[in-house]
Design a protein around this ligand. Sequence first.
Ligand code: SF4
Length: 350
Amino acid sequence: MNVAPKTLRYLSDLEEAGLTLAEKRAALEKVAAQYAVAITPALAELIDRADPNDPMARQFVPDAAELKTRPEERADPIGDDAHSPVTGVVHRYPDRVLLKLTHVCAVYCRFCFRREMIGPAAAPLTPKQLDGALDYIASHPEIWEVVLTGGDPLVLSARRLKQVMARLAAIAHVKVIRVHSRVPAADPARITPELVRSLKAKGKATYVVLHANHARELTEAARQACARLVNAGIPMLSQSVLLAGVNDDPQTLGALMRALVECRIKPYYLHHGDLAPGTSHLRTSIEQGQDLMRALRGRLSGLCQPTYVLDIPGGHGKSPIGPNYLSRDEAGCARIDDFNGRSHCYPPAA
Ligand code: SF4
């Protein structure tokens, strides 16, 4: 009898799978005690054991470097707490809220910006807290969009998702429901027809935003899972995190953006790494990110261009931090750089 491969959650599992070494166990135990560990079979399969710098391993396999916390790093790097009016809701921008249904994920990313809050030990939203969160949304008519996030909402059962979607569908002023998830790539088999159906809310537009950082994550099974969503009329966007040694070169980042567009997923955000504790070995500089965006602009279709953004530490929201193509000369003429780096004049308005 074949035994289905299981999600790797313990250091003994990782050692057995050839992903970590027994001699590193002592240091990695300290990492695992602080930050959750899980690697799904679909992602474990993508890790090249022979490559010590494998981009999949850098994303998912715990590393002793996570024990080094820098002074500028913080437990709540994007300031969720400062904007949480009731448990489970983050209301940072006027017309939209985050609704955090669960703190569990299918896979735990080593750079996670909510790494201090998520994990199997973190308590899920209780029924009473969910009532409070939905009451808050219902009593704020300015809320046009609800973003289901966590944790990863697609670890929940289709039945539970359907209930939440139905309750959101009953709130007239909510028009858009956005679901942020890594599941279509991390555990494609979870995207069943039943789960896809559960994401539809009568009279509302549902979007699914896939978190993916490397083209290798878009396996055939992942592509099929995304196709099940898109074919059901659920548009998909992507969000990626710029990560040192994972996607911080133009070829790798470009290949990811193209793979997403081929799957009918519009690249939405490229996030600059947040100041999450123990993640400095995975962060790039903003200048590197801007150079990469310039390289994409020249080489790839406009469909493949995400917006490069930074969540300003402290809860001040996201701002685009991509390269600037516009300056002014002394005569007031606008100078615009083309994708080859040449500058051109555009005359002032008459
Ligand atoms: S899936 Fe998202 S919330 Fe979960 S560990 Fe990765 S980045 Fe964090």
